[in-house]
Write a protein that binds this ligand. Structure first.
Ligand code: NDP
Length: 327
């Protein structure tokens, strides 16, 4: 038997809670992992609260991330005792996920836990942090560099935003953090932000083109915010778009793209190829200051997951949430 968060949907409604499950109930897979830590991302919040159509079959154990130790394996490249990390691949959506003491998965989905990180630190990073790294890599791929000027991070107090601020600052960029929580300015400055701006300036419908300011941007918010960020990006700058915290729509014009040569770079972490994941984790080990990681992470137990998921969607959680699945 093992403890897990379980989401059910039936005539009684949509609900999530901690329960005990039999090992025999685990889904198919060639690797069984004893989970040490999981985490809460925005998508986990949507799954647990039912506020977004994330879960594709019921009952579902949520959790798009996990870190733990291999307990059983018939995968040729994975041995019992290996320390592993999983991000995405539809786990916690269509396949039972990491908010549990045990998980059975496809070995091909797993990456080795980088030697630099403990399982807890890997989950302080989680999909949010790995996505922030993918966004930074997208900016680099499109030639954005520190001497070109300021870079913007939207949703800066969130998980992706916090890690993006820390990474970009460490890489020498002048980082401007956009947030609806100016009271967290000291936190954002401690992560490396040079300036804090009010997200309200991006939230409403704007002009097709605005004053050029950003050499690059990481946008976790979508909707009018993303449109306004593109409109204020400098000639030949790049915006890495990964999120939809304001909305899934994009009420923009083509003006920034055709008049300023701006690049809108889409970032997806869920199905990203293995080579890119390994590179992102290698870069995280190299470019993320572990002290800043501790600053942005707080820990909860499995029993606190449901309440914290609701708070996360309400924008009341700062930084990253680590879940100790064994308490
Ligand atoms: P968080 O909830 O931790 O952060 C989201 C942040 O967005 C909030 O903290 C808040 O920041 C800001 N925000 C919330 N609501 C609004 C709003 N109405 N208008 C403007 N800003 C808002 O989530 P994550 O960091 O885990 O994820 C961020 C986004 O990225 C989500 O949409 C998520 O689905 C997406 N994502 C996508 C991935 C991919 O593969 N493409 C992978 C991971 C995440 P503040 O308080 O500073 O304003």
């Amino acid at each position: 038997m093992f403890k897990a968060v379980l989401i059910e949907k039936d005539e009684a409604g949509y609900r999530a809670g901690v329960t005990e499950l039999d090992d025999a109930a685990l889904p198919e897979g060639d690797v069984t992992v004893r989970v040490a830590y999981s985490t809460l991302n925005y998508k986990d919040g949507l799954a647990i609260t039912g506020k977004g159509p994330v879960v594709r079959k019921f009952p579902m154990v949520p959790g798009i991330d996990l870190a733990g130790t291999v307990e059983a394996s018939s995968h040729p490249a994975i041995a019992v005792g290996d320390a592993v990390v999983l991000n995405g691949w539809g786990v916690g959506e269509g396949h039972w996920g990491g908010l549990a003491q045990r998980a059975r998965l496809k070995g091909d989905w797993l990456v080795p836990l980088p030697a630099t990180f403990t399982p807890r630190q890997a989950m302080a990073i989680g999909t949010a942090g790995y996505t922030a790294m993918l966004c930074v890599m997208a900016l680099e791929r499109h030639g954005v560099s520190p001497e070109q000027g300021e870079v913007l991070v939207t949703g800066a107090n969130g998980g992706v935003g916090s890690v993006a601020v820390a990474l970009l600052a460490k890489l020498g960029f002048t980082v401007v953090a956009s947030t609806g929580r100016p009271q967290e300015a000291d936190y954002l400055k401690a992560l490396g932000a040079a300036e804090i701006i009010d997200r309200a300036q991006f939230s409403a419908p704007g002009k097709p083109l605005a004053k050029e300011r950003w050499a690059g941007a990481v946008d976790t918010v979508g909707s009018h915010t993303l449109a306004n960020v593109c409109a204020s990006t400098r000639y030949r700058g790049t915006v890495a778009a990964c999120g939809l915290a304001q909305g899934m729509d994009l009420p923009a014009t083509v003006a920034p793209f055709i008049l300023r040569g701006v690049t809108l770079a889409g970032v997806d972490s869920v199905m990203a190829p293995r080579a890119e994941r390994l590179e992102a984790w290698r870069r995280l080990a190299q470019d993320l200051d572990v002290g800043k990681l501790e600053l942005m992470a707080h820990e909860i137990g499995l029993g606190e997951v449901v309440a914290t998921a609701a708070a996360l969607l309400d924008g009341k959680v700062r930084g990253r949430v680590v879940v100790d699945v064994n308490r």
